[in-house]
Design a protein around this ligand. Structure first.
Ligand SMILES: *[C@@H]1O[C@H](CO)[C@@H](O)[C@H](O)[C@H]1NC(C)=O
Ligand SMILES: *[C@@H]1O[C@H](CO)[C@@H](O)[C@H](O)[C@H]1NC(C)=O
Length: 213
């Protein structure tokens, strides 16, 4: 063969370049949902009370930082509070503990009491023991209902997304102590193979009941 045909050249080029492409290291790959035990989305609804105690001998929240202007600011702009707040089934402090809210809230607004909330809700009861939800949002504490995004979770809450609705039950203006009711309807992207087998319809009913109450 005197001259390789154009077609052959193209073929060689194509084979060579695809060979090179196959050798490129990649940091991603597609995977099947079933390899993680993913089946379908389901809804669940959590309801508990958040106790934020700044006063007394056993505070659960403490101011860890502030700016020079913080105490002159009507909204305490710049105050940063670290929390390890109990989450209970009922509003009373003696009510059954179901988890802790661990994280930070900070006064991030100069025009209203608008907090930046960054916290992990770590549960310690029942099937959710050891599972966590991550909340990140704005909390305008004097609004009747505040909505904050749930941005993810771990354990049984893996792939969770949703929102939390917070409603103040009581607030002591002198001490800053508060009890806040939290409602978290959320979607769990998955139904674990090892998880329970509640069907989606049952969950939807629970969700609607939760919202209605
Ligand atoms: C939660 O899990 C921890 C660690 O596995 C265990 O020690 C504890 O007893 C569990 N609590 C409940 C209420 O199941
Ligand atoms: C607020 O806290 C102060 C100081 O502990 C207490 O004297 C007062 O009775 C509390 N007010 C309410 C409404 O609970």
């Amino acid at each position: 063969m005197a001259k390789p045909s154009l077609t052959l050249l193209f073929l060689l080029f194509f084979l060579f370049s695809s060979h090179v492409a196959a050798k490129q290291p990649r940091f991603y790959r597609s995977m099947s949902p079933t390899s993680l035990g993913l089946r379908k989305e389901k809804l669940s609804h959590l309801h508990f009370y958040f106790h934020d105690i700044l006063s007394g001998s056993k505070p659960t929240a403490t101011r860890v930082a502030e700016a020079q202007m913080t105490n002159k600011s009507p909204t305490l702009f710049g105050a940063v509070v670290m929390i390890d707040d109990p989450l209970t089934v009922g509003p009373e402090p003696s009510s059954k503990l179901v988890g802790k809210a661990q994280g930070i809230y900070a006064s991030a607004s100069q025009s209203d009491l608008g907090l930046l909330m960054v916290m992990n809700l770590e549960f310690c009861d029942g099937k959710y023991n050891g599972s966590t939800l991550s909340l990140f949002g704005r909390n305008a504490v004097f609004n009747t209902v505040r909505e904050m995004p749930i941005v993810g979770g771990s354990g049984l809450f893996r792939f969770a997304h949703g929102y939390a609705e917070a409603k103040t039950q009581w607030f002591n203006l002198t001490t800053g102590d508060a009890v806040v009711e939290y409602n978290i309807p959320q979607e769990l992207d998955i139904d674990y193979i090892n998880g329970d087998d509640d069907d989606v319809t049952k969950r939807k009913t629970l969700y609607l009941l939760g919202l209605a109450s």
